[in-house]
Design a protein around this ligand. Sequence first.
Ligand code: 5GP
Length: 207
Amino acid sequence: MPKKGIIAVISGFSGAGKGTVVNELVRKYGYAISVSATTRQPREGEEEGKNYFFKTKEEFEQMIKDGKFIEYAKYVDNYYGTPKDYVYSQIENGRDVLLEIEMQGAMQVKKDFPDVSLVFITPPHVAELERRLFKRGTETEEVIKKRIARAAEECSYMKEYDYIIVNDGLEECVEQMHCLLQSLHFTKNNQQQLIGNISRDFASYSN
Ligand code: 5GP
């Protein structure tokens, strides 16, 4: 049986660059990324099943009723949720899975799965956040303003995270994330299988 993979939650303000960091972690190091369901409209170039599973509000609410989500949240007028099946099958196969989710969802995961580590990615300052949101050019000014207002509220969640990483340069941020994620394999919670094996070894050795 392969050693189980880890699950790590990654959040950050909209525009913190976490999507780009996560994509690099997938490309460079082969992490699995959970594909979320959302009721938001696809952005140009986004693909069904790759970026998101795009759902109607009714479909999403039915999935909530059917207990299909690890967590879900409403973010700026839309639902977002992490489907259970994919994440569980990946960690059973030894893959490390990244959940890129916003903070309400992250707090839900922390409550339901206390062993999961929460990582927060932040830009070095707010002016940089605003610059990145405008540069991305995918949202209207009104939506950008909403996202910055939301980020100001979200700031209070930062202290609930286990690790905070500053994204002040893609490559450095990706390397720091990879080091951190690899180190999570060695926490006692992620070594339960090994602890069990060694305890059994000792038991049979002394018999
Ligand atoms: P966007 O609309 O920019 O793709 O995503 C908006 C926010 O929703 C981002 O902060 C993103 O991390 C978050 N998000 C994406 N998928 C999920 C999910 O499955 N659950 C939760 N709680 N948040 C998500």
